[in-house]
Ligand binder design. Sequence first.
Ligand SMILES: NC(=O)c1ccc[n+]([C@@H]2O[C@H](COP(=O)([O-])OP(=O)(O)OC[C@H]3O[C@@H](n4cnc5c(N)ncnc54)[C@H](OP(=O)(O)O)[C@@H]3O)[C@@H](O)[C@H]2O)c1
Length: 321
Amino acid sequence: MSAPLRPRPAAPRRAAVAVGSARPGALPRSLTVGVIGAGRVGAVLGAAFSAAGHRVVAATGGSGVNPHRFALLPGIAPSSAAEVARAATDLLLIAVPDDALARVVAALADGGLLHPGQVVAHTSGAHGLAVLDPAEAVGARPLALHPAMTFTGTSDDLGRLAGISYGVTAPADLRPLAARLVADLGGVPEWVGEADRPLYHAALAHGANHLVTLVNEAADRLRDAGVTQPQKVLAPLLRAALENALRYGDDALTGPVSRGDAGTVERHLARLAATAPESVAPYLALARRTADRAIAGGRLAPTDAASLLGVLADTQRRTAA
Ligand SMILES: NC(=O)c1ccc[n+]([C@@H]2O[C@H](COP(=O)([O-])OP(=O)(O)OC[C@H]3O[C@@H](n4cnc5c(N)ncnc54)[C@H](OP(=O)(O)O)[C@@H]3O)[C@@H](O)[C@H]2O)c1
C-alpha cells in the first residue's frame, strides 16, 4: 500500500453522511467493481462478481506466493491501491488480512482516494462496520460482507459459492443492496449485529478451523496405532458424524462419553499420555465439554457421569502438576 497520506477531513458522523449513489435504486444493475487484495477471497469473489454481470475493472495483489490468482480475473493486471480505488466507482471490495484492514482503509480515506456514495465492503468475519469509519467519514458507504466458506484461491472455490451464507453487517438503508450483492454471488445473507461480529467469527473459526486440527490429530493418532490409511478410515465416520451433528444437534453424540464409560476414557488418556502427550490436554478439554453438553441435554445422567468426570478431573490434576 503506497497511497499518499494527507490529513483526514473533519469526520461527519455516521448518521449525518449523505447516502450518495449507494441507494440500491440509484446504482446501475452492472456495478463497476475494484478489488483491493486479489488473494484467496478477493480473486474468487472478483471472478464471481464478473460472472454475475458486474464489471471488475482493477485489482491489487499478485506480489505474494500466488500471482496465478490473477488468472481468475482475465484482462486485469495488478494495479496500485490508488488506481483501484479510483476506478471502482460503485463498489470497492477490500479483501486483505484482518490485521491490515484498518491501515488500508485509513490510507485510502486519508489519501482522498474514495468517492462519495461508493460502497466500500470488506470480507473479514471478525470486523464489522467500525473499521470502515474512515471511509464513511469521507462519504463512502460501509459494508461488511463475510463469506462463510473456506477459500483456496482457485477456480474450485467458484463451484462452492452456491448457497453459502454471508455474515453481513450493513447500515439499514444499505441492506437491500447488500442482499442483492449476496444474491449475485449465489449466496444468502445472515445479518450480524456490529457487536456480535467477534462472536460470529469465533463460532465459525472454532467450528471450521479447529475441525481441521481435530481431523489431523485423529489421523496422526491412527498412524501411531499402525493404521496405514487414516483418511480412508476417518472419511465415512467423520462425514456421518458431521451430517448427524448438523441434523440432530447434541442428540447425534455417540461414544464412551455419551455412555459414561469411565474405564474406556481412562484407557484412552493413558495411551495418549504414553504416545502423544500433546494430545492429552485437547482430548481432556473436549471430553469435559462433551460430558457437560450430554448432561445438560439429558443424554447422560449425572449419576452415570460421576466416575467419568472423576477420571477427567484426576487426569487434569496430574497433567497440571
Ligand atoms: N481464506 C479464507 O478462507 C477466508 C474466508 C472468508 C473470509 N476471509 C477473509 O478475507 C480476507 C482476506 O483473506 P484471504 O485468505 O483472501 O487472504 P490472502 O489470500 O492472504 O490475500 C490477501 C490479499 O491482500 C493483499 N495484502 C496482504 N497484506 C496487505 C497489506 N498490508 N496491504 C494491502 N494489501 C495486502 C495480498 O497481496 P498479495 O497478493 O500481493 O500477496 C493479497 O492479495 C481476510 O479478512 C479474511 O479473514 C478469508
